[in-house]
Design a protein around this ligand. Structure first.
Ligand code: MG
Ligand code: MG
Length: 598
């Protein structure tokens, strides 16, 4: 199906918006009136620009406060409409959105509304224009789609039809099944927006919190299925008002938007994409650093052994149990310190995983980093993290490990068993995009979003995981300006006995993040511990949590550059990430940073 996006959904000047929409692969746009008013381009020039970019102009919007008003007022509205129809003719677009009136002059009279909309449609018809009537969720007398449709049906005019907007329909709690009562040819336009489920004023909700399908809590696919059953054949168009998108760069937002429509079309059977290939484990985490010493010291103290070296590049493999960390001092290293640059995901079908990622608009990275290296399928996540798909279980396929040769090393300590999770801090405007990306591209499931208090802001966090927890990625975003030291990425390492690993780490000179005594007083009130257990946790800075499934003990190393390590012990199937403890951890990190000045 054709795809479209309202210019209001993207930031920038009108031409920036159009360029971004075209590059992301949209077929058309809705021109939002304010974007046109603010543009220095004449309507004919906008039309030409769209044609150059391969975009159709599918809709002009909005026309407000037209119907169910006293005759004199309606006369003025028709005069206003005539001006806009002339403009639309110059623009070369044939559908206008009329939203239900919010005017205090409007009366609650469906027959009058139908009569006046019919008159408007008469005038529109002279210009070859169709009027798509939409019920605003906060319309004065018409606020539901079925009510708007009754008025359109009563008017019975060939140039008058319905515009359906998923936000207006689902935010009112209307049953979308009734859409099937509308003949497809009378649905002139379909606008799609998702939104998080919030209890708030519906106008504010709409203006600030709309998001792309799959990023909120509405069943957009379910609604689209009802629309498709009517025989609707117009575009799927995104109309998203969102404070974040208004500020974020238009290019990535448009890609995110188009990806959401691809995923949606797959869900409703309109598009066939390469099937998701769910990763089965974490092959490695790769750190890039301008100086390998500090992070190598931390890894050694955690019980890792430096077991192999890359054949052609300054990259060492550190291993403990099934946890593998690559330390890369190559040219990719940023001068501002150590950071997590890449993740190797074990994949049963690396090429298939890359094909799906590419179909969902993920930038594909060069398959080989050096001529002698194994071919590796890799894509970039929205935050720039490189994701490598590794066929670790099938030696006949390209294997990243073959690029490494063993070096003499002492046996690693047996405390750390694997990578439990990777925590990736997202740029503030990429959070919803990141969640949708990891869900749709990697086939991971998203858990609930949680808000975590930080002493200097608020952190939103959401984990994406596979079914058995072999791959867990915790995505987070800070509302406050990013503080690289505190809002750093982290690698969480699983241990069977976190106390033993923490003790070993400290004995080897490692620095654990100390936690305040008040935290342990509170733990003592909330849970019962064995004699001496709490003292041990206090001494090592170990945090404790419990959910319906089991227990969680975890502690943190000091930050190195832009990354730190967490040691975690999950018992009895604990599913979370210690979110309850995150505010204390964040405060402790801020405090540690103040002490060391960096
Ligand atoms: Mg709308
Ligand atoms: Mg964590």
């Amino acid at each position: 199906m054709l795809t479209s996006i309202a210019t209001v959904s993207l930031s920038g000047s009108l031409t920036e918006k159009l360029t971004a929409a075209s590059r992301a692969g949209f077929d058309g746009v809705e021109i939002f009136e304010n974007d046109l008013l603010a543009s220095p381009l004449a309507p004919e020039e906008i039309r030409a620009r769209c044609a150059d970019l391969g975009l159709t102009i599918d809709l002009y919007q909005p026309m407000r406060d037209i119907e169910a008003v006293p005759e004199e007022e309606f006369g003025r509205n028709l005069r206003r409409a005539r001006h806009k129809f002339e403009l639309m003719r110059r623009l070369g677009t044939d559908t206008v959105l009329v939203c239900s009136s919010v005017s205090p002059l409007a009366v609650d009279d469906d027959d009058l509304a139908a009569r006046q909309l019919s008159q408007l449609a008469d005038l529109a018809q002279d210009f070859g224009i169709r009027v798509a009537y939409e019920a605003l969720a906060w319309g004065r007398h018409v606020s539901t789609y079925d009510h708007a449709w009754r008025i359109v049906e009563t008017a019975d005019h060939p140039a008058l039809g319905a515009c359906l907007d998923s936000f207006h329909i689902l935010s009112r709690g209307s049953d979308p099944k009734g859409i099937e009562d509308i003949p497809g040819e009378k649905i002139f336009y379909l606008q799609l927006a998702d939104a998080p489920l919030l209890a708030m004023d519906v106008l504010q909700w709409s203006r600030h919190y709309r998001c792309f399908p799959g990023q909120g809590g509405f069943d957009i696919a379910g609604l689209v299925r009802h629309v498709l059953r009517t025989g609707y054949s117009g575009p799927l168009s995104l109309e998203v008002f969102n404070d974040v998108f208004r500020q974020a760069e238009a290019g990535p937002t448009a890609v995110d938007a188009h990806r959401s429509l691809l995923v949606l079309q797959e869900a409703v059977g309109l598009a066939e994409l390469p099937a998701p290939v769910v990763p089965t484990g974490v092959a490695f985490a790769e750190l890039v650093t301008p100086d390998a010493e500090p992070v190598s010291a931390v890894l050694a103290a955690l019980g890792f052994a430096r077991s192999a070296r890359h054949r052609s590049k300054p990259v060492y493999l550190w291993q403990a149990g099934e946890a593998r960390v690559l330390v890369n001092t190559g040219p990719a290293a940023r001068r501002d310190g150590t950071g997590l640059a890449a993740i190797g995901l074990e994949s049963p079908d690396p090429a298939g995983a890359a094909r799906r990622a590419e179909a969902l608009l993920a930038p594909v990275l060069p398959r080989r980093r050096a001529s002698e290296d194994a071919l590796l399928d890799a894509v970039a996540a929205p935050d720039g993290t490189e994701l490598f798909f590794c066929a670790t279980d099938r030696p006949q396929l390209a294997n990243w490990r073959a690029d490494f040769e063993d070096v003499p090393h002492a046996a690693p300590d047996t405390g750390v068993t694997r990578i439990d999770h990777l925590a990736l801090v997202q740029p503030w405007h990429h959070f919803d995009e990141a969640t949708l990306f990891h869900r749709s591209v990697l086939g991971l499931a998203a858990q609930e979003s949680v808000d975590v208090a930080d002493p200097y802001g608020l952190l939103r966090s959401r984990a994406v995981t596979d079914a058995d927890g072999s791959v867990r990625i915790a995505l987070s975003v800070g509302a406050a300006p990013a503080d690289d030291t505190v809002h750093a990425q982290h690698i969480a390492l699983a241990a069977g006995d976190v106390v033993a690993v923490a003790r070993r780490f400290r004995a080897a000179g490692g620095l654990l993040l100390p936690m305040p005594a008040n935290y342990y007083d509170d733990l003592a009130a909330r849970f019962e511990f064995e004699e001496g257990e709490l003292d041990m946790y206090r001494e090592l800075g170990i945090l404790y949590d419990r959910d319906a499934y089991g227990e969680f003990r975890h502690c943190y190393t000091r930050t190195v550059g832009r990354v730190f390590f967490e040691l975690v012990q999950r018992d009895g199937g604990y599913r979370g990430y210690g979110a309850q403890n995150a505010p204390v951890r964040l405060a402790a990190q801020h405090a540690a940073r103040r002490l060391t000045g960096g």
